[in-house]
Design a protein around this ligand. Structure first.
Ligand code: GRF
Length: 207
């Protein structure tokens, strides 16, 4: 079984999609062994509790320095013996030491078709605001491996979502989640759990 640790900061709807997909057998051979949040009292923690998954809150403000926080985060992940780390709406930049240690074992879900509307400052509603401002007709979501850069790692899966006349950042965000994020994140975990993903020359190869 692929041991999955999920890092969250908020609502946890992507976490929920993964919990549900494992429960209904859409994702096979994987289990969530821990949910770590950098914020207390977020809905994602309730979702983990309800599913009987061990949870931990690791907040920067509880530590003397960002370094100590990073150390605690890495220790917690190491302790979980996770094979895969899933960033499901985790709003902090990961410590480079963590990225290095878990090379090609950390994935992130981003609410646009990378390389559009990604990188520094593009998170949450901002992504959808910018897509609408630019007038693109198609947007979507991307699951990618995490490397040292921002949204720059090898792309695993993408799904397109049409922009509809009258869309607001909020309606678009909702549709991108429903039609793309909640589907491709579990799909990506399933592909990894079944050993069908290889990274070669910075690109993902599916078998
Ligand atoms: C999602 O839009 C995800 O793409 C982004 O942050 C949001 C998290 O939502 N990285 P949730 O916490 O999974 O509901």
């Amino acid at each position: 079984m692929l041991r999955v640790a999920v890092l969250v900061s908020g609502g946890g709807t992507n976490l929920q999609a993964l919990i549900d997909a494992i429960a209904d057998g859409t994702v096979r051979n994987a289990g969530i062994v821990k949910v770590i949040s950098n914020k207390s009292a977020v809905k994602a923690l309730d979702r983990a509790e309800k599913a009987g998954i061990p949870r931990e809150v690791i907040k920067i403000s509880d530590f003397e320095s960002p370094r100590d926080f990073e150390k605690a985060l890495i220790e917690s992940i190491d302790q979980s013996e996770a094979d895969l780390i899933v960033l499901a709406g985790f709003l902090l930049v990961l410590p480079p030491a963590l990225v290095k240690k878990y090379e090609n074992r950390i994935i992130n879900i981003h609410p646009s078709l990378i390389p559009s509307f990604c990188g520094k400052g593009f998170y949450g509603l901002k992504v959808h605001e910018e897509a609408l401002k630019r007038g693109v007709k198609i947007t979507g979501a991307t699951v990618h491996f995490v490397d040292e850069g921002c949204d720059s790692g090898p792309i695993i899966l993408q799904r397109a979502v049409n922009i509809i006349e009258g869309d607001t950042p909020e309606t678009l965000q909702k549709r991108v989640m429903e039609e793309a994020e909640w589907k491709i994140l579990p799909e990506a975990v399933n592909l990894i759990a079944s050993g069908r993903i290889k990274v070669k020359d910075g690109k993902v190869e599916l078998s």
